[in-house]
Design a protein around this ligand. Structure first.
Ligand SMILES: [Zn+2]
Length: 369
């Protein structure tokens, strides 16, 4: 057993280097994960561009095998060496109102809208690698299992690359189904055919939605072509077709029951249009920080509006059930898998740079070794 751990470290704006860290001493209430695979999140290309966010071991959609385990952690987590797990990126307090109800995403300790210094707040894949024991991201051979990690056990039979979809598909379950109410008889509109949007479509259809419409742009053609295999009934290129005409035709002029915007469109145009395309009583998950929705329209249409905010414990557990069911062609979502030396290419590919038509990109740190 070598005492050094190789990691891909973001050292500057869009620059990654392989560095070695000492294999940490594991406390009684912690552990060490041998990373099998780590997904590149939709937000990673943006973080990769941030100038003040280095050194950082990125990678927050993590799957691996328990390689070391303190006795207290083994007891509390119900794990043993060799067990396979998927993790959330959150490292929450486990003691607040939100943590106790499985909404670790809203815990004030990890809430990006609450913490003053995101870079120095512990969270897998985004925090400062200068903080001991340094291994806080999945783009590394091993990752530290902190006492407050949020852990899901996964079966031995589950493909590690597929399992990295637990987080993005968990977002789909959360936003479209648990928050949006997509279910039997519902009509659903999803903006954006990326990993989150396709996750929403899949989750909505798995929940029994009557009709799922997903839309994107001409540059998303490959993703739109895949969408019907992943739960969408209709995939719309909004640069070629009229989304409004299609939504109204498909809903007998009523509009849709559920809308999820996964794009965060900064112009506010999607927020405006989503209201216009909604049926009375619809649930909308609208993305962004400065867009506005007219209260009068909310009242007239009796809408419920909220914003996508990560994933609860339950949503990720359901996502893992969907992945393990074998009913969905997860391979179609998992478009590219890279080794540790290609983390830079993997992050750029997620942003559509260097490689076209990437959907969910992963890094398998032991690949080729
Ligand atoms: Zn908490």
């Amino acid at each position: 057993m070598t005492n050094l751990v190789r990691a891909a470290v973001k050292v500057d704006i869009e620059r990654t280097e392989i560095r070695e860290f000492a294999r940490p001493l594991i406390p009684a209430d912690g552990g060490l994960l041998r990373v099998e695979c780590s997904g590149v999140g939709g937000s990673d290309p943006e973080m990769y561009r941030k100038p003040d966010h280095a050194p950082c071991i990125m990678g927050h959609e993590n799957v691996g095998t328990v390689d070391e385990l303190g006795p207290a952690a083994a007891k509390r987590w119900g794990l043993k060496l060799g067990d396979r797990i998927a993790l959330h990126e959150y490292l929450p307090c486990w003691n607040c109102h939100w943590c106790k109800q499985g909404d670790q995403r809203l815990c004030m300790e990890v809430d990006f809208f609450n913490v003053k210094d995101r870079f120095n707040t512990l969270r897998y894949g985004t925090c400062n690698a200068g903080i001991a024991p340094h291994l806080w991201g999945g783009f590394a051979e091993y990752m530290y299992l902190a006492p407050n990690a949020v852990i899901h056990k996964i079966p031995n039979s589950m493909d590690a690359v597929h399992a990295t979809l637990a987080v993005p598909l968990g977002n789909g379950v959360q936003w479209a189904v648990l928050d949006g109410g997509a279910g039997l008889g519902k009509t659903v509109l999803v903006y954006g055919p990326g990993q989150q949007g396709l996750g929403c479509a899949l989750a909505a259809k798995a929940a029994g939605a009557a009709k799922v419409i997903i839309c994107g742009r001409t540059r998303d053609r490959a993703r739109l072509d895949l969408a019907p295999l992943l739960g969408a009934d209709i995939a719309v290129d909004v640069e070629v077709e009229s989304l409004k005409d299609i939504v109204m035709r498909e809903t007998n002029g009523q509009g849709v029951d559920v809308v999820v915007d996964t794009t965060g469109d900064p112009t506010g145009e999607i927020a405006r249009e989503a209201v216009e395309l909604s049926a009375k009583g619809a649930w909308l998950s609208l993305n962004g920080l400065s867009q506005s929705v007219p209260i009068g329209e909310i009242k007239k249409r009796y809408l419920t509006v909220r914003a996508p905010r990560g994933h609860s414990y339950k949503s990720v557990e359901i996502a893992l059930q969907l992945i393990g069911s074998g009913r969905w062609p997860m391979d179609l979502l998992c478009s590219h898998d890279f080794g540790l030396e290609q983390v830079h290419e993997a992050i750029l590919a997620t942003a559509g740079r260097g490689i076209a038509d990437a959907i969910h990109v992963t890094v398998s740190p032991w690949k080729g070794l």
